[in-house]
Ligand binder design. Structure first.
Ligand code: GLN
Length: 493
């Protein structure tokens, strides 16, 4: 079999190898399984991998291909799935003890759309419990380590999804992004992470954290793969009334047509508030500056824009997200789902099951959310936060009159060390550049841009486009990717 460099192998490259007959799906999947065997004892991205099942699906794919039947060019390519997105007959624990015994009887829409194109859902990926966190340290089962430096966190909550792609254990994966959980770990691990416009991708089968903010999206080695995944999983779905009933395809074609051309006439907005933020590190600042220089060289016009309500975004997010989480997580009571701790009566059973099942951060969020929704505080916190949310959305609308795309840092610092952010508030502040666009609904993508000279850790930049303008977002991100100074991002591991 040919030598594969899994740390950089993209879906589109793998599809070409499968089409030319140079590679079979069994060989491809076996290579990933071997890589998992080699490195996952150190990275710990996976909660579960079912080797037999993956190889059986790969064998079936090879048969389909050999029979000459018409199939998608991606048939036989594996994809890692975050453990809060259900797949039939697979566990879905959300990295929580409470849901540890749960096996899903059905496929989420995203998983069934992957399967329809022949992709092989392969493995359940570690995350912060119920997607609450920024470092993967809140998983009830294991910590995941950053493939670039095993002393550092991979980011969160989709830390397993980012780490497995960076480490070459999967070509692509799915994450979910409520306040930055795709883009932040992507930046920490040197991979691409896309948060689509709210409603682009069905949430059916995604365990809800904050329903008005959650979006599923891809983590990948390059922007073209992100476009391929969006084409695959996006589009309206009658099982999710918040999904947008419009087609979501043609992105891969649009991105493929990009051949490193210039950015003449494109106005790139730099929001001044993002660069005045406290705690912005020199390495991230310099990564963004280099990206700005690249974009300028390509002919883009750099303009300053203002997003004046940025300073409220973290506070607003932690009111709205916790309020929604407290309602969404009420169903996990040990009766309907998951691990039950028997007690004398029903109420005691609820208390015991939820008390033992939820971790500390999840309980903190439920308490906060219940508080801001309680009578007497509803107007002061929740209602006011909703009003500020509207102002944050308006900021983006006004900025989009002055520019075509916005460029920002993804995180204040590159990946930090495990245990470094033990104070929850400090952890919350690491989302400062990502959460505003969950509140506004815009789409955004994190693209690797630089490697910090002192620490050797990757630095990402974030492009932000107005709602439903993924095509423009992906094309500009692709032009940047093809022209940035560092061509390939791969850890030594
Ligand atoms: N880190 C943020 C939080 O803890 C965002 C999480 C997410 O996007 N799922 O809520």
């Amino acid at each position: 079999m040919m030598e594969l460099n899994l740390k950089t192998l993209t879906v589109h490259a793998a599809a070409d190898l499968l089409a030319s007959g140079e590679l079979t799906s069994v060989e491809l999947c076996q290579a990933y399984l071997d890589r998992i065997e080699d490195v996952d004892s150190e990275v710990k991205a996976f909660l579960k991998v079912d080797r037999e099942k993956i190889l059986a699906a790969a064998t079936a794919s090879d048969k389909r291909r050999a029979s000459g039947e018409e199939l998608s060019c991606y048939d036989g390519i594996p994809v890692g799935i975050k453990d809060c997105i259900v797949a039939a007959d697979e566990t879905c624990s959300c990295a929580s003890k409470l849901l540890e015994p749960v096996v899903s009887p059905y496929d989420s829409t995203v998983v069934s759309r992957f399967k329809a194109k022949g992709f092989i859902p392969a493995g359940r990926l570690n995350m912060d419990e119920f997607a609450m966190g920024s470092s993967c340290e809140n998983s009830a089962f294991q910590k995941t380590f950053n493939p670039w430096n095993l002393e550092c966190v991979p980011g969160g909550s989709s830390g397993g999804s980012a780490a497995c792609v960076a480490a070459g254990e999967m070509p692509i994966s799915l994450g979910s992004d409520t306040g930055g959980s795709i883009r932040q770990p992507a930046a920490f691990c040197g991979v691409v992470g896309l948060k689509p416009t709210y409603g682009r991708v069905s949430r059916y089968g995604l365990v809800a954290f904050a329903s008005s903010l959650d979006q599923i999206g891809p983590m990948s080695h390059d922007v073209l793969d992100a476009a391929i995944v969006l084409d695959t999983i996006g589009g309206g779905d009658e099982n999710d009334s918040t999904s947008l009933p419009m087609p979501c395809e043609g992105f891969a074609e649009a991105v493929k047509a990009v051949k490193g051309q210039d950015l003449q006439g494109v106005r790139v907005g730099l929001p001044k508030e993002y660069f005045e933020a406290e705690g912005l590190s020199d390495s991230v600042k310099s990564g963004v500056e280099k990206a700005v220089a690249t974009l300028k060289q390509l002919g883009a016009e750099i303009v300053e824009v203002s997003l004046p309500h940025t300073k409220y975004a973290v506070a607003v997010y932690y009111i709205i997200a916790t309020a929604e989480a407290s309602a969404n997580l009420a169903r996990f009571d040990g009766i309907r789902y998951g691990a039950r701790k028997e007690a004398d009566d029903l109420v005691a059973t609820y208390f015991k099951s939820r008390g033992a099942g939820f971790g500390e951060e999840v309980k903190r969020r439920i308490l906060l959310g219940t508080y801001v929704l309680s009578s007497g505080y509803y107007d002061a916190y929740y209602l006011r936060a909703q009003k500020v949310r509207t102002l944050i959305r308006r900021d983006f609308e006004q900025a989009s009159e002055k520019c075509d795309i916005i460029l920002t840092p993804v995180t204040p610092t590159p990946a930090f060390k495990l245990g470094e952010k033990s104070d929850p508030l400090q952890m919350y502040l690491s989302d400062i550049f990502t959460i505003a666009l969950n509140l506004s609904g815009n789409c955004g993508i994190s693209v690797p841009a630089d490697i910090c000279a002192e620490t050797g850790m990757p630095v990402g930049v974030q492009f932000i486009a107005p709602a439903l303008q993924e095509e423009k977002l992906l094309k500009i991100a692709r032009i940047f990717e093809l022209n940035r100074e560092i061509k390939e991002f791969a850890p030594e591991l």
